[in-house]
Ligand binder design. Structure first.
Ligand code: IPM
Ligand code: MG
Length: 359
């Protein structure tokens, strides 16, 4: 029987709670399937800074490099917001991890659960049938561009938005490949009316598009894309975009589904992949046991499918989440005025339901 090694990076805030939940679901799935899993925990983010002064200790990187897949909770701590000039920050751990492992493709599916139509701030008829997948470039752009510094005695600050043709080509190939397996529509989002890096982006996407003649390509400025996403989300199939635009648009798109607490993601490169919820560390609710674990649990479905090539097990996890919602159970973030209080379950209880609903 194959044994897969999973690195567990719980991180900060609600990270440990949601990873714990996802860990239990993975154990339960493995018991039903014909593979086994071994887990190794490592520190990242604020937790790692506290223990080692380093948001991504060398040991964590080693654990990740040896693993077949990485499951991460979230990083971030309010302590750093009081002093924005601090350069050692929890987020740095995640950014260094992405960079060190070459995880250049961030895949973020946005799907509407029928059962949660009421939760979205958008009207049900607007969101019905939404099925988008974002391909966000993850190791380039303004997040990593040099120089980035203070000048003029701290009174001037700069970051650099930079893309190379090679960086755009490799993420574009991933997005076009995804489009071929979906509705064959790809929308590339940029700001080519203003930014030179976006003009290179657009030119390169057009070059790659010639290798995928069946895919219908559209270019959209990011401001317009932000508007179209809430005006007509069904318009989008695959969205291909850079690091910062993708960061912003995927938080926006999460509201189509009703809660950031439902959205999984995969960060892929040429080696080991990283799987994590889109949401952050949510310090306001950390430690209360009320976090919605479903984004992390759904991230394990992506992990099973994309890293371990276990599509059957991935389906089981998705079905269990679906069944839990269909039975009327809700995590606190998904509850609304008409949800019977008895159906609102905290992290551990809703995780147990999901495990019980595994086919
Ligand atoms: C995300 C997060 C990260 C990002 C932060 C935590 C650095 O917002 O994964 O979307 O900006 O990429
Ligand atoms: Mg973000």
């Amino acid at each position: 029987m194959t044994t897969y090694k999973i690195a567990l990076l719980k991180g900060d805030g609600i990270g440990p709670e949601v990873v714990q939940a996802a860990h239990q679901v993975l154990e339960a799935v493995a018991r039903k399937a014909d593979f086994s899993l071994s887990f190794e925990e490592a520190l990242i983010g604020h937790a790692a800074i506290e223990a080692t002064q380093n948001p991504l200790p060398e040991e964590t990187l080693e654990v990740c490099q040896k693993a077949d897949a990485i499951l991460l909770g979230a990083v971030g701590h309010p302590q750093y917001d009081e002093d924005p000039r601090r350069t050692v920050r929890p987020e740095q751990g995640l950014l260094s991890l992405r960079k060190s492992l070459g995880l250049y493709a961030n895949v973020r599916p946005i799907q509407v659960f029928e059962e949660l139509r009421e939760v979205s701030p958008l009207r049900p008829e607007v969101i019905a049938g939404t099925d988008i997948v974002f391909y966000r470039e993850l190791t380039g752009g303004i997040y990593f561009g040099q120089p980035r510094e203070r000048r003029d005695e701290g009174n001037t600050a700069l970051d650099t938005m930079i893309y190379t043709r090679a960086e755009v080509r490799r993420i574009a190939h991933k997005a076009f490949t995804a489009a071929m397996a979906r509705q064959k529509r790809l929308c590339s989002v940029d700001k080519a009316n203003v930014l030179e890096s976006s003009r290179l982006w657009r030119e390169t996407v057009n070059e790659i598009a010639r290798q995928y003649p069946e895919v219908q390509v559209q270019h959209m400025y990011v401001d317009n894309a932000a508007m179209q996403l809430i005006k007509n989300p069904r318009f989008f199939d695959v969205v291909l975009t850079g690091n910062m635009f993708g960061d912003i648009l995927t938080d926006e798109a999460s509201q189509i589904t009703g809660s950031l607490g439902m959205l999984p993601s995969a960060s892929l490169g040429d080696g080991v992949g990283l799987f994590e919820p889109i949401h952050g560390s949510a310090p306001d609710i950390a430690g209360q046991g009320i976090a919605n674990p479903m984004a992390t649990i759904l991230s394990t479905a992506l992990l099973l499918e994309l890293a371990l090539q276990q599509p059957g097990a991935a389906r089981m996890v998705r079905q269990a989440v679906q069944a839990t919602l269909a039975a009327g159970f809700r995590s606190p973030d998904l509850a609304h005025a008409h949800t019977p209080p008895a159906m609102v379950l905290k992290t551990e209880a809703i995780t147990q339901k999901i495990i019980d609903f595994l086919p």
